[in-house]
Design a binder for this molecule. Structure first.
Ligand code: SAM
Length: 324
């Protein structure tokens, strides 16, 4: 099909959004920056074409057809532009909805059709992020400077930062071609290693693996026992937290959302040391500019017990319902 005739040319991008839709060479259609977008800037805010108040698995063709009946002819025409992988008509309308929707709420379950955000392709090292939808809308933000003409991407899964290439591809069910997925390249090999280490360091600080499971990565039984019982020392806890952040930074995954989410907890841990020599190092570590610098200073705490260790462990164990 000549792309100038493609139905996606008729999709209405939110007014003033710096986005144009175009065919990519191997990923179907994608969204591209129509002008330079600064790191942190809102890319676009999109209202749903319609919503369905059910769990995704319970949404049937008839639910989508009923929702379409309530649309104006122009809105209905937008939905009918959708194509499977940008090429063929969908066999079922609920499939078209599933491929082009975002969850607006889990309890109660609400899914909305977002035709423009659904054109954004995935990358394991994305330049945009779609935080938890709120306000009955989906918004995307640049997590680094995006040049005019660059493809806009976001990560389709929230825990990919600690999953290897093979593991991510099993979940995605397509072969991503981003920098972290170029099989056998030095970056991809280092990326797999970094993401495994991020997963391991998360386990050591939280005491649980992804989805609350036991770790398949940390095999030392004693270390697992200490982590699962939230008994790691303050210094080890700070070091692993900062290691995770430094690895995210090195991987190209550090952004202001990540920093806003993690920084308060890290500062809190750093402020809990009671032994003066440890306290000085912790304060110096968190004052550094980059996460790698913070981590490097914090390693000076390695193996140091602290007067607050017992009290902090007891507080964490009580918070997690473990017997103190
Ligand atoms: C929500 S759609 C994204 C828009 C889609 N490219 C289109 O043409 O409408 C998701 C689909 O796009 C393709 N896709 C997205 N990201 C990709 C990537 N990094 N590598 C390969 N295919 C990708 C996959 O076929 C995936 O199932």
């Amino acid at each position: 099909m000549d792309n100038s005739d493609h139905p996606y040319q008729r999709l209405q991008v939110p007014k003033d959004a710096p986005v144009i839709l175009k065919a990519t060479s191997r990923k179907g259609w994608g969204a591209f920056a129509s002008r330079a977008i600064k790191k942190g800037a809102l890319i676009m805010k999109e209202q749903p074409l319609f919503t369905i108040h059910k769990h995704q698995d319970d949404i049937k063709d008839r639910d989508v057809l009923a929702a379409l009946q309530r649309l104006t002819p122009t809105e209905k025409e937008q939905f009918l532009c959708l194509r499977d992988k940008g090429i063929t008509l969908f066999r079922f309308v609920n499939q078209a909805f599933a491929e082009n929707s975002f969850a607006l709420s889990t309890d109660p379950p609400i899914h909305g059709a977002f035709l423009i955000h659904s054109r954004i392709n995935h990358s394991c090292i994305p330049n945009a992020k779609i935080p938890e939808p709120g306000d009955n809308a989906v918004s995307s933000f640049a997590v680094r400077d995006i040049a005019k003409g660059e493809e806009i991407t976001f990560c389709y899964n929230t825990d990919f930062q600690c999953r290897t290439r093979a593991d991510r591809h099993r979940e995605l069910r397509f072969v991503c071609e981003c920098k972290a997925c170029q099989l056998g390249t030095p970056f991809q090999k280092a990326s797999d290693m970094r993401r495994l280490l991020i997963r391991g360091s998360q386990y050591l600080t939280l005491g649980v693996d992804l989805k609350g499971e036991k770790s398949a990565i940390i095999i030392d039984r004693n270390l697992r026992r200490v982590a699962e019982n939230l008994l790691i020392s303050l210094s080890t806890r700070l070091i692993y937290l900062l290691l995770g952040m430094a690895l995210l930074e090195e991987e190209g995954l550090m952004d202001h959302f990540q920093e806003e989410r993690m920084s308060p907890g890290i500062l809190q841990i750093a402020g809990m040391f009671a032994t003066e020599s440890n306290m000085k190092i912790a304060i110096l570590a968190v004052a550094q500019e980059t996460w790698l610098e913070k981590f490097c200073i914090a390693t000076k705490l390695y193996g140091q017990a602290d007067r607050a260790d017992r009290e902090v462990s007891a507080a964490l164990r009580s918070m997690h319902g473990l017997t103190v």
